[in-house]
Design a protein around this ligand. Structure first.
Ligand code: KG4
Ligand code: ZN
Length: 345
């Protein structure tokens, strides 16, 4: 097959992104550019992503990101063969901005348009970066997502379970706030754990006894809150050591839950297929989490694949790549493509 150049757009949360991916005539994928404009400073004062502010920022920045992605790839819009866009799930104002932008580009150039599920983008990333063969197990852990998927094909996913409340990244961020560490909470907590004693506090490991891949992190967060309050009731504030011990106890609980549920997920792996465990999402940056997933993979004689962090977190290259794979299964969308706030895989 001739080579294929795809422009991807992503705007479903708080990153505006555009990327160019090329599939060579030998089928290998190459990321020619991947531009990500974050909005962290816009939302910082509000303690979370404000959907209306996010949508406006996406609408303002999408065209600039597209232009930048073309410049970095040294291409013109006319060199692009198809246009891919996240059509959900996500904050609807942002998704609408991306879909409208992509429709405009498609209508103006006559290039085919593909609406892509954001979660499918994350789930297919290990194929973009490491040519992982189907089927494989995917643990998606970020600020907004937490689920185990069995990835069987470009549009064939079995959801094995996921969080019934907070995502782990959200828990890291909230716990950091509770124990007076800076945002984003993940890296701050991970750094604090280095001098901490994970056994000083006995935090819960929710749903461990349940024989499925469901997880819960909000009770863990409440347990940290209680432990903090108990300390603060006795003296004025938290010492560095208290922060480190709380952080270490919390992270150890998250690590145990993810390890145990990964074991349960492996139990559902097809018997005769070679085994691979992949991760995606910002929480995959955590070294303790990575290393426990590596250990569990070894126990199940599975390969462990963690794509480079820039492609683990929200980006548009994964959306462009997912469109290239799904093109083998279906035709393009037309201008009736709609943005979907909810869109389970
Ligand atoms: O994938 P991502 O960039 O976007 C969202 O889905 O929001 O993930 C961001 C999340 C944040 O909650 C952040 O605290 C968490 O990933 N994170 C980490 C680490 N680095 C980032 N969590 C644990 N340990 C880390 N080292
Ligand atoms: Zn995401």
């Amino acid at each position: 097959p001739p080579s294929l150049t795809i422009l991807g757009l992503e705007s479903s949360c708080d990153d505006t992104a555009a990327a160019i991916v090329r599939i060579g005539d030998d089928g290998t994928a190459q990321v020619l550019s991947s531009v990500v404009a974050g909005q962290t400073d816009l939302h910082a004062a509000f303690g979370g992503v404000v959907p209306e502010i996010a949508a406006r920022a996406h609408a303002e920045k999408l065209d600039i990101c597209v232009e930048q992605s073309l410049i970095e790839a040294d291409l013109a819009l006319s060199d692009v063969d198809m246009i891919a866009v996240t059509a959900g799930p996500g904050l609807i104002g942002g998704v609408v901005s991306g879909v409208m932008c992509a429709k405009g580009l498609s209508a103006a150039t006559g290039k085919p348009l593909y609406g892509i599920n954001h979660l499918a983008g994350h789930a297919l990333t290990p194929r973009l970066t490491d040519q992982v063969p189907y089927p494989y197990l995917m643990l998606l852990v970020s600020g907004g997502h937490c689920q185990f998927l069995l990835v069987l094909g470009p549009d064939e996913f079995t959801r094995l379970g996921g969080t019934i409340d907070d995502a782990p990244g959200e828990a890291f961020d909230k716990v950091a706030r509770l124990i007076a560490l800076p945002q984003p909470g993940g890296p701050a907590i991970e750094a604090a754990t280095r001098k901490g004693d994970p056994n000083r506090f006995a935090f819960p490991r929710p749903l461990l006894d349940r024989d499925n891949c469901d997880m819960s992190f909000s009770g863990l967060k409440t347990a940290v809150l209680r432990a903090r309050d108990a300390i603060v009731a006795k003296k004025d504030g938290l010492t560095r050591q208290d922060q480190a011990d709380l952080a270490a106890g919390f992270q150890a609980a998250v690590v145990d839950v993810l390890a145990s549920k990964t074991r349960r997920a492996f139990a559902q792996y097809p018997d005769d297929a070679p085994r691979t465990l992949c991760v995606a999402g910002g929480v995959a940056a955590n070294q303790a989490i990575r290393s426990v997933l590596e250990t569990v993979s070894k126990d199940f004689r599975a390969q462990f694949v963690a794509p480079p962090l820039a492609l683990c977190t929200d980006n548009a290259a994964m959306i462009a790549y997912a469109a290239a794979e799904q093109r083998a299964l279906r035709g393009p969308d037309d201008l009736t493509l709609s943005a979907r706030p909810r869109w389970p895989l």
